[in-house]
Write a protein that binds this ligand. Structure first.
Ligand code: NCD
Length: 305
């Protein structure tokens, strides 16, 4: 995979995705081959929005590759509070680092930022847009638990603002998955995403309840309602608490069902589900490290794989 920037999963072919997943599996089995590979390299972390897993797993990944990170820190402690533009911030930090990871509340911010820099830039979430590295670890987890061939997946929750959903849905079109989208009407997939998925020939269906599809699912991907993206708190309150799952709501699920969630969860999955054979969300979060190591190796490395 040779891409200067990773902005959306739309830019990746099935072969690109498989290259990353295969390399992540190699690293997961034995980290020693890459342990000191990037001892002279720095990864710049620019997170203009809160993050726990994404930021820490990028940091862990870079350090496990022998490299180090520089971190802009919180927006409050940076020059952004003095009115500096994203374009200026990014051009300055580009001079310090060999690659950049950007998370920003504005959809399209990563595309815009990538036009100003020559080092590889990775989109770690742009508003309600995309989150392609989350998709890579999601696909890795799906492949390990259910396989990516003949997959039937339910994607449930906030499909409107959930960027992990958008990125995953696009990537799954490369694998001929059957995708069932489950949400209240007000949080349905954006129409432009539905249009794009149809253009890609995807098999998709939209539902307002889980019951009718649950028995057919190999994977159920649950998401948080993205409260911070609602223009009106009242609108959030109308849907808050809907689409929760607990042991009782899973009685018609297949024994082999895999339940995933990009985390953080609020109340979408009851804690009692954590100890069941279905739960794969903590494993999914752990997969962020080998998958991001693989991605960084492919972006920073000299190989032409
Ligand atoms: C997701 C995100 O930031 O989009 N979190 C993550 O990266 N694992 C999901 C979310 O915040 O709900």
């Amino acid at each position: 995979m040779r891409h200067d920037h990773l902005i959306t999963s739309k830019q990746l072919s099935r072969a690109d995705i498989e290259t990353v997943l295969d390399h992540a599996a190699e690293i997961d089995a034995d980290r020693s081959a890459v342990a000191d590979k990037y001892s002279d390299r720095l990864l710049g972390l620019l997170f203009f929005e809160p993050s726990t897993r994404t930021k820490l797993s990028f940091e862990t990944a870079m350090k496990r590759l022998g490299g180090d990170v520089i971190d802009m820190g919180s927006v409050d402690s940076s020059s952004v509070t003095k009115g500096e533009s994203l374009a200026d911030t990014i051009r300055v930090i580009e001079g310090y680092a060999d690659a950049l990871v950007l998370r920003h509340p504005k959809q399209g911010a990563a595309t815009m930022a990538s036009e100003f820099v020559d080092v590889p830039l990775v989109n770690a979430g742009d508003g309600a847009g995309h989150h392609p590295t989350q998709t890579m670890l999601d696909l890795y987890t799906i492949r390990e638990n259910a396989g990516l061939d003949d997959l039937t997946i339910g994607i449930m929750g906030d499909l409107k603002y959930g960027r992990t959903v958008h990125s995953l849905a696009y990537a799954l079109t490369k694998f001929d998955a059957q995708q069932h989208f489950i949400s209240p009407d007000s949080l349905a997939l954006p129409r432009e995403v539905v249009y794009d998925l149809h253009q890609e020939g995807a098999s998709i269906r939209e539902h307002d309840g889980l019951e009718e599809v649950l028995p057919s699912l190999d994977v159920l991907y649950v998401t948080r309602i993205q409260r911070e993206r609602f223009p009106d708190e009242n609108e959030y309150q109308k849907v808050a608490g809907e689409y929760q799952i607990g042991p009782d709501s899973l009685s018609s699920a297949s024994d082999d069902l895999t339940i995933m969630h990009p985390l953080p969860r609020v109340d979408e999955i009851a804690p009692e589900v954590d100890d069941t054979e279905y739960a794969a969300y903590f494993e999914q979060a752990h997969n962020g490290v080998p998958v991001r190591m693989a991605l960084l190796d492919l972006l920073l490395g000299d190989s032409d794989d």
